[in-house]
Design a protein around this ligand. Structure first.
Ligand SMILES: [Zn+2]
Length: 142
């Protein structure tokens, strides 16, 4: 998908200032850790005057952030289910980490990036829960 742009938004080539450039899109996929691939439309502009190309509208970062957030939220329930299958029930995780009861249930609907990051770490290193739950293993470490 290409748009020929004639400065209707006041955007110019950031290198030479020309208003004469082409805007095109390509489909890209991105995923958060443990999350599904999510599609977004990656924009690219090419200046006809100086041949510079890039994200003249600075729109890609927001699209990438949104796609990663969508993937991350989709991963949360799967990570909670997987940890549960590995013997770490939500109530156990909440107790060991000092989270409010029902936190993981709420995270299934809407999770912060920090909560999702915590789940990603637990997915990568679930043995951390045993360490945290056993003072013998962590006392005297710091
Ligand atoms: Zn240019």
């Amino acid at each position: 998908m290409d748009d020929l742009v004639n400065d209707s938004f006041g955007v110019h080539c950031p290198i030479c200032g020309s208003k004469n450039y082409k805007r095109s899109y390509r489909t890209e996929m991105i995923a958060a850790s443990f999350g599904p691939l999510v599609q977004y439309m990656h924009a690219n502009c090419t200046c006809f005057a100086c041949k510079a190309d890039g994200d003249f509208y600075q729109e890609n970062d927001a699209k990438i952030e949104e796609a990663v957030a969508q993937s991350r939220q989709a991963a949360v329930g799967k990570m909670i289910d997987n940890l549960s299958l590995r013997g770490h029930k939500p109530s156990h995780i909440e107790r060991v980490l000092g989270l409010r009861q029902g936190s993981l249930k709420r995270w299934r609907e809407r999770c912060t990036p920090e909560g999702a990051a915590l789940l990603m770490v637990l997915m990568a290193k679930p043995e951390a829960l045993e360490v945290l739950d056993n003072p013998v293993l962590w006392s005297g470490v710091i």
